[in-house]
Ligand binder design. Structure first.
Ligand SMILES: [Zn+2]
Length: 357
C-alpha cells in the first residue's frame, strides 16, 4: 500500500471550496488529538453537521470508461481486466454484466463502488436507451454489489435488487460495511462516497424471471465459493453467469467456501443447464470454464484428500499439491497464485480432514 494520498485534490474539491481534503482516517486522528472521544465529539451538533458535510463532500474520482463488449445476443459485459483491487484500478476487479431485454436492462452484479456503478451505467447508455429495471447480486463479496449505490441513485430506491436470502442478510449485516471499508482501504480511498445498498428482494433456486423476449433462470446448489452463490442462466442465449464459483485465471478466495461443495455445484449446474457459455465475475467466459477451473480445484483438493487418507501431514500435502500437474501447469500464470496457494491448500486439507471424519 502506498501512503495515504487518496485522490487528486482538484477533483475532490471541485476547484472551488476552501476546506482541506482530509481522509476519514485523518479526521479521526484530529478528533483523537483534540482529546475528545469520537463518541463525545459527535454529541456536539455543529461537529456532527460539519463531519457529515465533509463526508458528503469527499468522493473518490470517476472511473474511466471501459467500452462494453457484447457476449451474446442479449448479454453485454463491462470487463474488469484486473483480478484484485488497487489504487490504480480504483477497485475495478469484477466485471459487470447486463442483459438487454424487451422490458428493460437487467444488471448482473454492479461492481465494487459507486464510481464503478456509475461508469457501468454510462456504458449501458452507450448501447441502449432502455432503463435498468432489475439488478441481481451473485453473492455478498463487495466487489460484486457495492456498485448498487449508483443504480439506486439513477433508477430509484424501488429498483428491485435480487439476491439469495443469505446474501441479503450478509450485505445488510456486518459484511456490508466491512466490504465497503475494505474496498476504500485497498483502493487508497478511490471508492470513497460509496454507501451500502443491500438487496431488497429474496430469490430462490429454480425461479424464472420473464422479461419478454428473455428469461433468466436462477440456480443455486449449496456452498461453493460462499454459502450463497447465485448463478443466472440467460436461457435464450445459452449463457450462464456463474460469478465467483469459477474463475478464468485467478485463484479464488475459499475462506468461506467449500471444495467438495464446488464440485457438487458444478455437477448439478451442468446437469441442469447443459452446454453454456459460462461467464465468471473475474476473467473471460468459455464453454469449458467449469471443467478447466474444476480440474485446477481438484488438483488442490484430491492430493489433500489422499494425504489425509495416508496420514500425511499438511506440509506433505502442500508439496503434493504443488507437484500435481493440474496445479503446477497453472502456477506460473495464475493471478494471486503465489500469495494464496498455501492458504487455500490448508483450507482444502482441513476440509478433507472433516470429510474423512
Ligand atoms: Zn469476486
Amino acid at each position: 500500500m502506498k501512503p495515504a494520498q487518496a485522490f487528486s485534490p482538484s477533483h475532490a474539491l471541485n476547484a472551488q471550496a476552501a476546506v482541506p481534503v482530509r481522509s476519514r482516517r485523518e479526521w479521526l486522528r484530529m478528533v483523537g488529538g483534540a482529546g475528545l472521544g469520537v463518541a463525545g465529539l459527535a454529541m456536539v451538533p455543529e461537529v456532527r453537521l460539519f463531519a457529515q458535510q465533509v463526508q458528503d463532500f469527499i468522493e473518490g474520482p470517476p472511473v474511466p470508461d471501459v467500452a462494453p463488449e457484447q457476449l451474446s445476443k442479449h448479454v453485454w459485459m463491462v470487463y474488469a481486466k484486473d483480478g484484485f483491487p488497487t489504487a490504480e484500478n480504483q477497485g475495478l476487479m469484477a466485471s459487470v454484466l447486463f442483459v438487454i431485454t424487451q422490458k428493460g436492462v437487467v444488471v448482473l452484479d454492479t461492481g465494487a463502488s459507486l464510481q464503478i456503478g456509475q461508469m457501468a451505467i454510462r456504458m449501458i447508455k452507450k448501447v441502449t436507451n432502455k432503463p435498468v429495471i432489475a439488478v441481481f447480486n451473485s453473492h455478498y463479496h463487495g466487489d460484486h454489489w457495492l456498485g448498487n449505490h449508483a443504480f439506486v441513485e439513477a433508477f430509484g430506491k424501488d429498483l428491485p435488487i435480487h439476491a439469495l436470502a443469505h446474501t441479503r442478510e450478509q450485505i445488510a449485516g456486518h459484511e456490508g460495511n466491512l466490504w465497503r471499508s475494505l474496498m476504500e482501504r485497498w483502493t487508497n480511498q478511490a471508492t470513497l462516497g460509496t454507501k451500502v445498498f443491500a438487496p431488497n428482494n429474496t430469490v430462490q433456486h429454480g425461479q424464472v424471471f420473464d422479461y419478454g423476449d428473455v428469461q433468466l433462470k436462477l440456480h443455486f446448489y449449496g456452498k461453493a465459493h460462499t454459502p450463497s452463490d447465485l448463478s443466472v442462466e440467460v436461457v435464450q442465449d445459452k449463457l450462464t453467469y456463474v460469478a465467483d464459483i469459477a474463475m478464468e485465471n485467478r485463484i479464488a478466495n475459499m475462506d468461506e467456501g467449500s471444495y467438495v461443495g464446488t464440485f457438487k455445484y458444478y455437477d448439478a449446474l451442468q446437469k441442469a443447464a447443459g452446454e453454456q457459455l459460462w461467464v465468471p465475475g473475474h476473467g473471460r467466459g468459455s464453454k469449458t470454464l467449469l471443467d478447466t477451473y474444476g480440474t485446477f480445484m481438484k488438483g488442490i483438493y484430491e492430493p489433500c484428500e489422499q494425504a489425509v487418507k495416508e496420514g500425511v501431514g499438511l506440509d506433505g500435502a502442500k508439496a503434493r499439491v504443488l507437484a500435481d500437474p493440474r496445479v503446477a501447469s497453472r502456477a506460473k500464470t495464475m493471478d494471486g497464485f503465489d500469495s494464496n496457494i498455501g492458504k487455500y491448500t490448508s483450507l482444502a486439507y482441513l476440509e478433507a480432514e472433516k470429510e474423512a471424519f
